[in-house]
Design a protein around this ligand. Structure first.
Ligand SMILES: Cc1cc2nc3c(=O)[nH]c(=O)nc-3n(C[C@H](O)[C@H](O)[C@H](O)COP(=O)(O)OP(=O)(O)OC[C@H]3O[C@@H](n4cnc5c(N)ncnc54)[C@H](O)[C@@H]3O)c2cc1C
Length: 501
């Protein structure tokens, strides 16, 4: 171990529950409080050495750093942005209340993020789900319905068959090695779109419906996704004791969209970073990682730190922006080149009240065309103001993303009005977050495997490279792509590194 700085000692005391750490634990959950403002992190020059440097202060990097600090390891977490949380970012509405620009929902079997949030004193609330959902089809028009799949007679039989098949194929997949399945190469060579075309009578109808799952869930269309990757994603929508299923991934009640966090999901990384204190250094993008003998040199904009081990917890495409010496192993480089981020933005319209609830609607809607293809009630837990959220992803992002904000706003509001009536055209506030434009994320919600990339390149996903270990949600075996996967990956990387010091 390297000598401890007095700052680190202080951070440790906080972690172990004394001083400000205990005060933090006593905060009323979810209340906006000075302690919930963005932490300033470590000021002044960075230390010249640390046992471990963690790159990235998203949920995964912060969890890895905290786990290591709890073991008594001298750890520094360096973050490119001037804030923590990465893909998790709160947005405070002018009308009052907080919504999320990025990751928001959690659900059953996402036990790791739930436990972390509880430890940070961040409560959850049930996503509003009372009343009917709305389905708009270019062929059958507008319908209200309950349950998972809209009762469209032109689509229902295909949807039933396809979803059952997806679940049964996913049930055969080993979440830690999807490439080892006997049919892995065949499934990986095919896109989800092709699988739909081969197995459905009304392939364009059901394919269009499935887009309203893949566009928000992956930021992509079925033709862009390897079938093996999608099956693995479904398999990963569970935990060690619950097999992953399509409905646990896609549903609100009993699924991944069941709950949100009171005060916004970013409270979780903010409070965690506050506990870590000087362990976290903001505005310190890592430019180069050099491995020499028993050390790695991590070069950041705020100086170079010598470490015995490094945990890299940044989105896969951003790993390639770092200058590596020696260069990354060929299989890792190829894996990363094949894992681009999805294309996704969130568009929220704010109203005095959630007026759709008065009409017996739960605020969830699916449309097979237009700008608002997957819509959720995104109101704060009090129900005031009312907020409608459209996920604009994949080909819908490609249509809408490049448009002027005013035109896109109009198209999104039109989509809300088609579902919930003309009042939706007159919001008191409108906000949008395009993750493809984020320098330190480049898209969302996760990195994807296009057809033909998972079997050949996937196996190196968690393989350490010398003194460098990999975290980040994409390296998780369960709930990869989600906040829960980010926690799991951080915990796993901390054990891996801690055992090698
Ligand atoms: C629009 C959207 C909606 C989503 N919805 C949900 C949801 O409802 N539920 C859910 O569970 N998940 C959701 N997700 C996904 C979830 O947010 C992510 O899976 C999770 O937050 C990823 O955490 P992470 O720590 O692995 O990565 P990140 O959050 O991406 O953190 C990586 C960090 O590394 C930093 N970084 C990058 N490069 C460098 C560098 N060179 N040097 C230093 N730092 C660097 C970044 O700034 C960032 O802070 C959503 C994501 C998006 C974008």
């Amino acid at each position: 171990m390297t000598p401890q700085s007095p700052d680190l000692d202080l951070s440790r005391r906080l972690l172990l529950g004394g001083g400000a750490g205990a005060a933090l634990g006593a905060l009323a959950p979810g209340l906006l409080h000075a302690a919930d403002a963005q932490p300033a992190g470590r000021q002044g020059p960075l230390p010249r050495r640390a046992d471990v440097v963690v790159v990235g202060a998203g949920i995964s990097g912060l969890v890895a750093a905290e786990r290591l600090a709890r073991r008594g390891v001298d750890v520094l977490c360096v973050e490119a942005r001037d804030r923590v949380g990465g893909r998790v970012l709160n947005h405070h509405l002018e009308a009052g209340g907080t919504i999320e620009a990025g990751g928001a929902f959690i659900g059953p079997t996402q036990g790791r993020i739930a436990a972390l949030a509880q430890r940070m004193g961040v409560r959850t609330f049930l996503q509003h789900n009372e009343g009917n959902s709305v389905y708009i089809s270019s062929t059958t028009g507008r319908q209200e319905y309950t349950g998972t799949v809209p009762p469209d007679p032109t689509i229902l039989p295909d949807a039933g068959v396809l979803l059952t098949r997806i679940d049964s194929m996913a049930a055969e997949i080993d979440v830690s090695a999807p490439w080892s399945h006997p049919s892995a190469r065949e499934w990986d060579a095919m896109s989800l779109g092709e699988f739909i075309r081969r197995n459905a009578v009304n392939a364009s109808g059901v394919g269009n419906l499935i887009k309203s799952w893949t566009q928000p869930g992956f930021g992509a269309d079925p033709d862009e996704l390897s079938l093996l990757f999608v099956l693995w994603y479904v398999a990963a929508s569970g935990d060690e004791t619950h097999v992953g299923t399509f409905s646990r991934n896609s549903d609100t009640a009993g699924g991944a969209q069941e709950r949100r966090f009171v005060g916004g999901s970013q409270l979780v990384p903010i409070r965690l970073a506050r506990r870590l204190g000087d362990v976290v250094a903001l505005r310190a993008p890592v430019r180069r990682i050099e491995q020499r003998g028993p050390h790695a040199l991590v070069q950041t904009r705020r100086g170079t730190v010598r470490a015995r081990r490094v945990v890299v917890a940044v989105p896969p495409p951003l790993v390639l922006d770092i200058d590596w010496d020696p260069q990354l192993p060929t299989d890792r480089r190829q894996l990363l080149r094949h894992m681009d981020m999805g294309q996704l933005m969130k568009c929220d319209a704010v109203y005095e009240t959630p007026f759709w609830r008065e009409d017996g609607l739960n605020g969830f809607g699916i449309n097979d065309s237009g700008a608002a293809r997957a819509v959720f009630d995104n109101s704060p837990p009090s129900g005031t103001p009312g907020v409608l959220l459209a996920f604009v992803g994949g080909s819908t992002w490609r249509e809408q993303g490049p448009r002027r904000r005013r035109e896109r706003r109009e198209a999104v509001l039109r989509g809300f009005a088609d579902m919930f009536g003309e009042r939706a055209l007159r919001p008191i506030e409108y906000t949008e977050s395009d993750w493809t434009k984020e320098r330190w994320t480049r898209g969302g919600p996760t990195a994807l495997h296009a057809p033909g990339t998972m079997v050949d390149f996937g196996p190196s996903i968690r393989r350490p490279f010398g003194r460098v270990h990999w975290a980040g949600t994409e390296t998780s075996t369960y709930w990869s792509g989600y906040m829960d996967g980010a926690v799991r990956a951080g915990e796993r990387a901390a054990v891996e590194v801690g055992d090698r010091l």
